[in-house]
Write a protein that binds this ligand. Structure first.
Ligand code: ADP
Ligand code: MG
Length: 757
């Protein structure tokens, strides 16, 4: 038995053991015995397995993974081949080298990752015998004889070639007016030809497309890759180059130790089969493996960017506190709230710093969940802070938190930019001494002069309004890294959240408190627009309030203000006696807050706005939301907008006016008529518009996915994320995972970042 065979023989039971949950029951007498007897030539392995039987499964798993790595490494040494960094140009003949550069294929890795755009199943090619007149066919034939003939009358040049198929049936291939073809045809060569059949006595094929097969059969008799093409670069060339790369490359599997338990194919298999699959099943396996790798790299990058896992505070949680909190609430928590709260409390109890995103539709009750976390922090003698993007939201949070927490003996402070110096000073003092346990505020919270006695929990509302920098500024105000809870009402599909917010864990409130009525929604084509305002008049008569929103013209302030004014003037004429207010994107923040506050008080009946009004503001009597040019908004955004009406127990309505009423637009908007589920809507938006739009949610230095599909792969992404975390927990700088490091590096270079780690 060679060493390689021996290794293979040992590998198998180890893999099975890993799949079996490391219970040491796959071989009689235990693994340690087996390794001792079998692996004498591999002393390192024997040493590794000493005492295996007495280890807990967790530790056993580590031993197994290490052992498998050892076995793999040995295998690599034996194998010949070039690393993936090796230059690609030797793959092509001299005259083809420029083409590789043109396609940006500089290394073997580049070539291997130049994935086919689609495939053609050429396993079953037609035989000449079964061809019918007029049919289009693709054949593999051997060229017997070629000639150039000239028609006597019109002087047309015709290339004619006699060929035969694998069964010896003959066919004449015909090219009209392409005399250059003659020099491309080599007698005796295998040709793949596609064209229209003519059967008039003898069988002819009017050739539309042909490829010289050469020696290898890369283009026929198999599932054939079709690559993203470029002028002057043939499929045959690409196939040959990739094939060559597969032959010379030494493909080492960075996941050798993990893939068995994940049910993933080996990397070399995956590369081979994504290019030249032997069957549909193999292709599927290959795709799965390579998609997984893409997601894994993405998650690794996100986690590394976030600085890895940081040790934070350990909070205690007592059942009695939770009881007290629940008792003080005027309503029971929803199941979703209970679940999210449990996840948050678990994080708070763990030594690792909490970094969690709490997502939930407007009105799903995120604030209560945050209040519970703040309460637990306070009970631990620590302080909490809640940062909101605007004064009006901060005030609202302050009122709510005070309502929840004051009866429990927790003092909440409000910090706003607009406070008087004296008020501010008093509040700051109470925070510095620890007399107040919770601070709510805007950016005012992260000013120089703010000092906490002991900040332990930071809650950030509506994350995307703050940059990551501001988030960090808040965190700096603590001695020990505080736990962080980010709340967002932007429904992002889970798959996207997992990649965009790779550094955050995710909790989702996917359920609204009972009794909440869905906002009735109607899409109107532009010509019926006035109906919406007739409805608005009715609502105002009942003492209700109305929002009218038009998209801001981002690129042109001037135009934006004019459009807002024009709409405002038009509505004034249309709705005499209705008290109108105007809010546009370029007003100073303070002015905006004033108008909003006045609207909330009920000083106005209708608010015209071209800016995106604060998502979370409660205006209890607002019942109708009209959106002009609704087609210019994303569905998720529209869903958020309408979440602002019907919040005070009155039924809410939303009218979406489609300025450009193509069938496609109407179909997209109608998703909102039929669904009230923010996550479903975000999912649909992703499907209908693609991830480009949503990605704008966060600046991303993230590589494009070549194979991955965020709309389909949530489970796979979760697995990749779990593995990324597992790997980084053991090996925070990927020192023991050089192959992964190299892949990350290569990816970073491709998108223009030189340094990742
Ligand atoms: P969000 O911040 O997620 O938009 P809020 O936390 O502001 O939602 O809650 C919206 C409203 O729902 C508040 O008036 C709150 O009192 C109420 N609420 C929250 N949770 C519940 C619940 N479990 N049952 C009934 N009402 C609830
Ligand atoms: Mg809110």
């Amino acid at each position: 038995m060679t060493l390689a065979e021996l290794k293979e023989k040992i590998r198998r039971p180890l893999l099975r053991e890993l799949q079996d949950g490391a219970q040491d029951r796959v071989v009689v007498g235990g693994l340690e015995r087996l390794v001792q007897t079998l692996a004498r030539p591999l002393p390192e392995l024997v040493r590794l397995f000493q005492g295996y039987r007495d280890l807990p499964p967790e530790r056993r798993r580590e031993v197994l993974e290490k052992a498998l790595r050892l076995l793999e490494d040995g295998k690599e040494e034996k194998e010949e081949g070039q690393g993936l960094e090796a230059p690609a140009h030797p793959l092509a003949p001299p005259q083809g080298r420029k083409k590789l550069a043109e396609l940006g294929l500089h290394t073997l890795r580049d070539v291997l990752q130049y994935y086919p755009r689609r495939y053609e199943d050429r396993r079953a090619l037609s035989g000449v015998r079964f061809l019918e007149d007029g049919q289009k066919a693709t054949l593999l034939v051997k060229l017997l004889k070629k000639e150039l003939v000239r028609t006597p009358k019109k002087g047309m040049q015709i290339v004619q070639a006699l060929a035969q198929d694998a069964w010896g049936w003959r066919i004449t291939l015909v090219w009209f007016n392409q005399p250059w073809v003659l020099s491309k045809l080599e007698e005796g060569a295998s040709l793949l030809v596609t064209g229209r059949v003519q059967k008039r006595g003898k069988v002819q094929l009017l050739v539309e497309y042909f490829e010289d097969e050469g020696q290898e059969s890369l283009s026929t008799g198999r599932i054939v890759p079709v690559y993203p093409a470029k002028e002057g670069i043939s499929q045959a060339f690409l196939r040959r180059t990739v094939h060559r790369a597969l032959e010379v490359a030494r493909i080492e599997d960075p996941l050798a130790a993990y893939r068995a338990r994940l049910g993933l194919a080996p990397l070399d298999f995956a590369y081979k089969n994504i290019h030249f699959p032997d069957s549909e099943e193999d292709l599927k396996e290959a795709l799965l493996r390579l998609r997984f790798d893409e997601y894994l790299l993405l998650e690794l990058k996100a986690l590394l960017d976030a600085g890895g896992t940081v040790l934070g505070r350990v909070f205690r949680v007592e059942e009695a506190w939770l009881e007290a909190f629940r008792l003080a609430l005027p309503f029971p928590l929803t199941r979703a709230q209970e679940r999210a709260a449990a996840e948050i409390l678990k994080d708070m109890q763990a030594p690792r710093q909490m970094a969690r995103l709490l997502q939930g539709d407007v009105g799903s009750g995120k604030t209560v969940v945050a209040a519970l976390a703040l309460y637990v922090a306070a009970k631990n003698g620590a302080q909490g802070a809640l940062m909101a993007p605007t004064e009006i939201l901060a005030k609202q949070h302050y009122e709510n938190l005070t309502r929840y927490l004051f009866p429990l003996g927790v003092r909440v402070e409000l910090l706003l930019g607009s406070m008087s110096a004296k008020e501010r000073e008093a509040a700051l003092r109470r925070l510095a001494t620890g007399e107040a346990q919770v601070a709510v505020g805007t950016h005012a919270l992260i000013q120089e002069d703010v000092a906490f006695h002991d900040l332990g929990l930071a809650v950030i509302d509506e994350e995307h309004r703050f940059g990551v920098l501001q988030r960090r500024a808040l965190l700096k105000m603590a001695r020990i890294p505080p736990d962080v809870l980010v709340m967002s009402a932007t429904p992002i599909p889970r798959s996207l959240a997992l990649t965009l917010y790779g550094d955050l864990e995710l909790s989702v409130l996917d359920e609204l408190p009972p009794g909440r009525l869905p906002v009735k929604t109607k899409v109107l084509p532009h010509r019926l627009r006035l109906q919406a305002y007739a409805f608005a008049r009715e609502e105002v008569k009942k003492g209700h309030q109305v929002y009218v929103v038009a998209p801001a013209i981002e690129e042109n302030e001037e135009l934006d203000i004019r459009a807002a004014n024009a709409l405002y003037e038009e509505l004034k004429g249309l709705l005499p006696g209705v008290r109108l207010a105007l809010l546009h994107g370029k007003m100073p923040a303070q002015k905006k807050d004033e108008v909003m506050e006045a609207f909330r008080r009920g000083d106005y009946d209708l608010l015209v706005s071209t800016t995106v009004i604060e998502v979370g503001v409660d205006v209890p009597r607002a019942t109708l939301m009209i959106v002009e040019n609704a087609e210019r908004f994303g569905l998720a955004q529209l869903h958020q907008l309408r979440g602002r009406v019907g919040r005070g127990g009155l039924p809410g309505y939303c009218v979406l006016i489609a300025g450009e009423a193509s069938q496609k637009t109407l179909k997209r908007l109608k998703v909102l008529e039929s669904s009230n589920d923010g996550f479903y809507i975000a999912e649909m938006d992703l499907k209908l518009r693609g991830p480009g739009e949503l990605r704008g949610v966060r600046q991303s230095g993230y590589p494009e996915l070549r194979l991955g599909d965020l709309t389909e792969d949530t489970d796979l992404i979760e697995q990749a994320r779990a593995l990324a975390k597992e790997i980084l927990e053991k090996d925070p700088r990927l020192e023991a995972h050089p192959l992964l490091r190299r892949e990350l590096q290569a990816q970073a270079e491709r998108i223009g970042f030189r340094e990742v780690i």
